[in-house]
Write a protein that binds this ligand. Sequence first.
Ligand code: G3P
Length: 217
Amino acid sequence: MKFFVDTAEVDDIRELMETGLLDGVTTNPSLIAKSGRNFLDVVKEICAIVPGPVSAEVAATDLAGMIAEGEHLAGLAENVVVKLPLTWDGLKACRHMTSKGIKTNVTLCFSANQALLAAKAGATYISPFIGRLDDINLEGMQLIEDIRTIYDNYAYATEILAASIRGVNHVSQAAIAGADVATIPPEVIRKLVSHPLTDKGLAGFVADWKKTGQSIL
Ligand code: G3P
């Protein structure tokens, strides 16, 4: 499963790139607002740091506006993926971008039918929002499983990008459910490596190694 980081904070992106485990980045208008940065500047900066796909979301909600903004965003860097909302106009804009060879991420997906439409519109990625479904007591992970089944039934190439991930269990569950990508907040990525038994076990090995009085080099 590919790991994208869900943030517009370039310092976090730089640090996580150093792990060698980061495959891409997703942003959204809320993350841009939180960063306090100019949208176009931050997208260009992220694209220069990360060679993989970088999702940048249109602000318009009408077809002509989404196409104009999407084409502008796609021109910022080769690795920009245009993020479009799951509406009829968003799907039409997706079909347009796909016909022009521009990669797309159809966002705000909350049902299997919406994901089916996005695949038919030629989306590169579909973003089902797990956490926001869990927030209203629905089973976010079930949606990932259902989309996986539908896409496999018809061999759709659209990649399932598990979004709105809130904790480490979402990451492993999305991988088990067959998501192609998970976009994960930086603080959740940092927690993925931790396990108390790893810390305890390592402390024991370090202490016992000291007792041997040996050195490897
Ligand atoms: O980028 C889309 C998604 O990951 C948003 O997550 O936590 O705002 O529901 P969240």
